[in-house]
Design a binder for this molecule. Structure first.
Ligand code: TEU
Length: 520
């Protein structure tokens, strides 16, 4: 018979630890809180949890600035709590993936403290230090992803260090063999503790061109774009040596059974597909595909995006889809609550592994953050762009109880969604028409229908405004019809309606406004 790995059949659920469940009353989520809410994860019907960083961190970038790769941030718990969580997750037949952050550490990591202590410190070369340019100023023109120069001056040792993100996130030097060895040991440390794999942060960033040449100017840049986009990141990302290292990550991971590697990769299709590696030298199992987030919510656009992406995959490359994350605006805020139901049907019926972001199963929308409560450093560095990420990082509303929706006994680190008294897990559990009920039902259907989990996929021609495709497995053929508009659209299909995103009886000949339909 046909064999598929768990990460091909399965669905991944992202937990942003700070905002899932607080158990100790400090307003920030923690590991014991996650353990207490595993019923919710199991009842959803997902297969794996990807946990955003939980390592010791000064939290300049909320955990993406790691000060100890082999520890647990005290705010979140300790190694004993982590081991308990792994055991509880496994007891429920779920997998647990950690976030591995190899491009940069915290500036408070002991490695960096050593590195910056003197030019001849043995760890100097674990980071990327350079003299000023001949005329003074930064060594090259590189721009931080969060705005401003990617170089920070260190007066004590008279050199600059590179930081692709915040100055508190110095880039590690993956050309240094000792650094590489230390980081591979980090992967072993967690794999030995039973972790089922990793999501690797900004994997395409980890090696820079030898000699660090200037990046070319981007001819398409305009002031509405981020400062980073002024330059094409030709020399600062996507280097052949990073592919080689990613193959090493994979070889190490494959020495353990049944593990998975996911790479965070933002690149055009042809270069994105190379991160699968080759059958002889595989790299990541799933290079995250963010195109549902990045493209306009319009049927013709999505049709092209989906077709091009699937066509770009190498024969051994398994597709995947992401609809939300702690970095992206909430889907229900972007396209509205009714279309968010259609989007959930799309995510869970496309060919490939879906990643679902916490809170999207409740259709949490745009959450306004009062200016004085904004925490995201990306916003603080480029406030005029309105790209703050706090809006998708607000706490999970568990129930209608005062004062903080069951998330915490104290004021949470970010505000709750204002509609939490009605939009919460407990309320939606009681409501068969809720987004939560829809999400659970779609996940159950995906589990029951091999055509959805692993079947073939064919895009169909469809009337304007409709995205249509077929999923097929053996004799079973399902047609998915998604009306991406608020209008009724006559649709030339027959068959038995199995599932609608609306609650009333469906008719495959006429799609109602904002309706998604599965027809057998
Ligand atoms: O994000 C990488 C990344 O590409 C971001 O710069 C993204 O473009 C931006 O957040 C979109 O608004 C990863 C993590 O997911 C993010 O949370 C971290 O801040 C970043 O890496 C640095 O570690």
């Amino acid at each position: 018979g046909e064999q598929h790995a768990w990460w091909q059949r399965g669905v991944i659920y992202q937990i942003y630890a700070r905002s899932f469940q607080d158990s100790d009353g400090d307003g920030v989520g923690d590991l014991q809180g996650i353990a207490a809410r595993l019923d919710h994860v199991a009842a959803l019907g997902v297969d794996a949890i990807w946990l955003s960083p939980i390592f010791p961190s000064p939290m300049a970038d909320f955990g993406y600035d790691v000060a100890d790769y082999c520890g647990i941030e005290p705010m979140f718990g300790d190694l004993a709590a982590f081991d308990r969580l792994v055991a509880q997750v496994h007891q429920r037949g779920l997998k647990l993936l950690l976030d591995f952050v190899p491009n940069h550490s915290s500036d408070q990591h002991p490695w960096f403290l050593e590195s910056r202590s003197s030019r001849d410190n043995p760890k100097r070369d674990w980071y990327i230090w350079r003299d000023p340019a001949p005329g003074g100023g930064p060594p090259n023109n590189w721009i931080s992803d969060f705005g401003g120069s990617a170089w920070e001056w260190d007066a004590k040792t008279g050199q600059y260090y590179l930081h692709a993100f915040l100055p508190q996130q110095p880039d590690l030097n993956w050309r240094n063999p000792e650094l590489k060895r230390a980081m591979l040991d980090v992967l072993r440390f967690w794999l030995d503790r039973g972790v089922d794999g990793f999501r690797i942060d900004v994997l395409w960033h980890i090696v820079k061109s030898e000699g660090l040449p200037d990046n070319p100017l981007n001819p398409d840049w305009g002031p509405e774009r981020t400062e980073r986009d002024r330059l094409i990141q030709q020399h600062s990302t996507d280097q052949p040596e990073a592919h080689a290292i990613s193959a090493e990550f994979r070889a190490l991971t494959d020495s353990y059974a049944d593990r998975v590697l996911i790479g965070e990769i933002f690149l055009p299709n042809d270069r994105h597909a190379r991160w699968y590696g080759t059958p002889d030298a595989p790299q990541v199992h799933l290079p995250f595909n963010f195109q549902l987030i990045e493209n306009a919510w319009e049927a013709p656009r999505l049709r092209v995006v989906i077709a091009d992406y699937l066509a770009s995959l190498p024969p051994h490359g398994w597709p995947n889809w992401v609809l939300g994350s702690h970095d992206a605006p909430r889907i229900a805020g972007r396209i509205g609550e009714r279309q968010a139901r259609v989007a959930m049907m799309l995510l869970l019926t496309l060919r490939g592994t879906p990643t679902l972001y916490q809170g999207d199963e409740l259709a949490i929308g745009e959450v306004p953050i009062p200016p004085e409560r904004i925490r995201d450093p990306q916003h603080h560095r480029q406030p005029h762009l309105d790209i703050g990420r706090d809006r998708s990082r607000t706490p999970m509303p568990w129930d209608g109880s005062q004062p903080h929706a069951g998330f915490s006994s104290t004021e949470p680190w970010l505000p709750l969604n204002p509609d939490w008294p009605t939009r919460n897990v407990a309320a939606q559990e009681q409501d068969p028409a809720s987004m939560l009920a829809l999400t659970r039902a779609l996940l159950a259907m995906r589990r029951a229908e091999p055509a959805l989990a692993v079947g073939g996929m064919r895009l169909l021609d469809a009337p304007d405004g409709v995205l249509a495709y077929e999923r097929e497995h053996g004799e079973r053929r399902l047609t998915i019809l998604l009306n991406l508009t608020p209008r009724s659209i006559a649709a030339p299909w027959e068959g038995t309606p199995l599932f609608s995103t609306l609650d009333r009886a469906a008719d495959p000949g006429m799609l109602r406004p904002d309706e998604g339909l599965i027809v057998a």
